[in-house]
Design a binder for this molecule. Structure first.
Ligand code: IMP
Ligand code: MG
Length: 192
């Protein structure tokens, strides 16, 4: 007899969905509108912090009706190794010239604030005409640096979330929604 193996479904590893697919889609339309109004008549350099912002930026820029150029920056996060709260390190630089440009940095989530404050400082030194940040998620945590994003998709409680670009050990980025991982699959204790 021929038996089929059950298909892998990343949703099986999710304890609870925090933001569903439709809610993300609707909010992205609104966020796109906010950005179209804020940047009306301007040409924007959009810089995505990858890998986390990949899905968000891909969907968000398709809501934008302003001229823009897209580039990516890769930043290593302390979450990629076991040492907590390590300074984020830029490991792949951008190619766009940012001097006198209107720069919009896009990231998946604002947590401690270390990543965005570090990247913002770095870009500020390139003398842009303006510099703003946009995040899909703002986690209600104690920031380790004083930093707030200019544009926010959703404010969420202090829980480890995956999906829609956010990962756990590079997995679950493909989920169309944002959810909390089942407790037994969650972070090693040193991450909390
Ligand atoms: P921050 O530097 O602490 O603000 O953290 C930003 C980075 O940490 C994000 O770009 C994510 O890659 C990662 N991160 C923070 N919280 C979460 C989470 O709940 N799930 C997945 N990644 C997270
Ligand atoms: Mg990550």
């Amino acid at each position: 007899m021929h038996t089929t193996k059950p298909a892998y479904n990343p949703l099986d590893d999710i304890d609870r969905i925090l933001v569903d697919e439709i809610t993300i889609k609707n909010r992205l339309k609104e966020l796109g509108q906010e950005l179209n109004e804020a940047y009306e008549g301007r040409d924007v350099a959009v810089i995505a912090i990858i890998n986390g912002a990949i899905i968000f930026v891909a969907d968000l820029i398709r809501e934008l009706s302003i001229p823009l150029q897209l580039d990516c920056i890769r930043v290593s996060s302390y979450r990629d190794n076991t040492k907590p709260m390590q300074e984020p390190e830029v490991i792949d630089k951008i190619r766009l010239e940012l001097k006198d440009r209107h720069v919009l940095i896009i990231d998946d989530i604002l947590d401690s604030g270390n990543t965005l404050s570090r990247v913002s400082q770095m870009f500020q030194a390139m003398e842009p005409a303006s510099l703003k940040t946009c995040v899909l998620l703002d986690k209600k945590t104690k920031r380790s640096v004083d930093f707030e994003a200019d544009f926010v998709g959703f404010r969420i409680p202090d829980e480890f979330v995956v999906g829609y670009g956010l990962d756990f050990a590079e997995r679950y980025r493909q989920l169309p929604c944002i959810g909390v991982l089942r407790p037994e699959l969650q972070n090693p204790p040193e991450w909390s």
